[in-house]
Every structure is written in C-alpha cells, then in structure tokens.
Design a protein around this ligand. Structure first.
Ligand code: ATR
Length: 295
C-alpha cells in the first residue's frame, strides 16, 4: 500500500489496540475501492485519550473508531450524539466535522441488526420473540437495536444477575416506551426458550479463554436461530451446540463487518461518492485469515 500526501486518514483508538481487526477490515475495503487512505491503530491509555483525539482531529483525520476502554469517554467528549450512542451512553465512532465539532455514533446496534437480516432475511425480525442473554453494554445495544430497527414483538433478557437485566430494561425503555421487554435469570431459560424465534448471546461466555455459556439448546423450537456476538473463536461452543441440533447460526463476524459499514462510509464519503462499502464473502475471508493468524 502506498499513501500520497493527500491520503485520507482515520483511526481506531483503544488500549490495547494491537488485537483490533479494524485496520484489516477497513484495509480490505480501501484496497477494493482503490482509495488513497488508511485507518491506523492509535494506542492510547485513558489519560491520553482526549489529547490524542484532539491531535488527530487537528491533523486532519476524518474520524476514529473507538474500542475498549474509551467508548464512554468518546461519548462524553462529543458535541452531539445519535440516538444509539445516547441509549448506549457509549460511542464506537467519532466523526470530526469541518466546523471543529465532534459527533458521537454507535453502530453496534445497527450492525447486529444488519447481520441478522443478512442471514435471516429482510424484514424477518418483525413481530418475533427474541431471547437475549446478558445485561452488559453489549446487551444494551442489542436490546435497543432489536426493538428500534428490528420491530420485534418481545425481547426477553436473561442474565445471571437478574437485577442487571431489570436495570437494562428500565434504561432502554425510557427511549422506547412502546417496546415490550421481559426479564429473567438464567434459570428461566427453558420457559423463555419455548417460544423463541432467535437467541442472541451478548455475554463474554464462550470467548477464547472463558467458560462456555451453560444453556441447553434442546428446549428451543426447531425453527429457531442462534446468534453469538463473540467472534473469537468464530464457532463458539454455543454455536457448535446449535449447529449440532440443525439450527441456523449467525456468528459474531457478521456484526463486526456490518458495524464497520457506516464508519467507512463516513471516513471515505467523497472517495466512495456517498456509496456504502459492501459486506462480501471476500471481506469475511480476509477477516477469518486475520483471526487464524492471530492464533
Ligand atoms: P459488556 O459491556 O462487554 O457487555 P459487561 O458489562 O462486563 O460487558 O457484561 C458482561 C455480561 O456477561 C454480563 O451480562 C455478565 O453477567 P452478570 O451481569 O451476571 O455478571 C455476563 N457473563 C459473563 N460471563 C458469564 C458466564 N460465564 N455465564 C453467564 N453470563 C456471563
């Protein structure tokens, strides 16, 4: 890759950032669309976050993707924020506007929704019952996205600690007063699963180095699908269990790829003539190769 002095730049800021797939992901599209630009890793600790953002903004960067531990700080630092970022209280995308202002966005919820629609069909979520496992930040975005973009009938949130599920619903419900939510503990799984069309795991259980999520998928209807937002490993024990039962599965790379679409479009709007980059099998192959290389 060769950059000219006119190259358009964006960043991915985190600590650590070395494990991030964002440079590879955006790099695939930059090569595909033959764009003179780069999305560079910015390793910054909490104490340096604001200074680094100010520096790259002044240096002409178009914006940055934001990862752990800066998502809340990014939201707090911005001058305005979209609805998804306000609901999450966190941003994974900062866009630097020419007037010096910073816009906070959160594309995780739409990324999950787009990934589900790609696999399960356009409009297919409307009116369905979904079981969401977990009540952390990822669950908050997912609960909002399923209701706001997916127009599902009901989201049942099950969490090891049920109080956190209740708190999540109290918060998201303020933004979506019409949305139907139920909550429960993981012990309520067999009852909740009985009429579920889709299960989404948002917990870190099943991630490399963590214990698998301990739920038995045999109680799900035969037509149900199972989505895991964990993508390392790609086939989590939960997805393996679902596949063994013959259920449709949606892995975490789908959400990762789709959440990046609005970022790339915002960073390289002029070069793309306003078009969205495409999520293709080629992009998935690139990311699977990068994951395998990581070991
Ligand atoms: P994030 O912001 O990434 O979602 P988090 O706020 O730390 O992370 O939330 C982690 C979620 O994973 C929580 O819902 C947690 O359950 P508790 O609230 O009961 O702690 C859930 N979690 C983590 N490990 C789990 C496991 N082994 N089994 C079930 N749930 C687990």
């Amino acid at each position: 890759m060769t950059l000219t002095g006119k190259a358009k730049l964006a960043g991915i800021i985190g600590w650590p950032v070395a494990h991030s797939l964002s440079p590879v992901l955006h790099g695939h599209w930059l090569a595909e669309y033959d764009i003179d630009g780069a999305v560079v890793p910015l390793a910054a600790g909490r104490e340096d976050f604001a200074a680094v953002i100010d520096g790259v903004r002044r240096a002409g960067f178009k914006g940055v993707n934001v990862t752990v531990p800066h998502k809340e700080a990014a939201f707090a630092l911005a001058h305005h924020a979209d609805l998804a970022a306000r609901v999450a209280g966190a941003a994974n995308l900062l866009i630097f506007v020419p007037d010096g202002k910073i816009g906070a966005h959160n594309t995780d919820a739409s990324g999950l929704f787009d990934s589900l629609e790609e696999k399960l069909g356009r409009g297919s979520l409307t009116g369905k019952n979904i079981v969401l496992i977990g009540a952390g930040g990822a669950a908050r975005g997912a609960a909002f996205g399923l209701q706001h973009y997916g127009h599902v009938a009901k989201v049942t949130i099950l969490n090891r600690n049920k109080d956190r599920a209740d708190q999540l619903v109290a918060h998201v419900g303020k933004y979506l007063p019409e949305a139907k939510f139920e909550t429960g503990a993981l012990e309520d799984w067999p009852t909740a699963a009985a009429d579920a069309w889709l299960v989404v795991n948002t917990t870190s259980a099943g991630m490399k180095g963590n214990a698998p999520l301990n739920i038995d998928l045999s109680v799900l209807p035969n037509a149900a699908s199972v989505c895991d937002i964990v993508y390392d490993p790609l086939q989590t024990p939960l997805l393996e269990q679902a596949a063994a039962r013959g259920l449709q599965t949606i892995d975490g790379l789908g959400m990762l790829m789709h959440q990046a679409v609005p970022s790339f479009q915002a960073f390289f709007y002029e070069e793309m003539s306003g078009k969205m980059p495409e999520v293709t099998q080629g992009l998935r192959d690139t990311l699977e190769k990068a994951l395998a290389a990581r070991g």
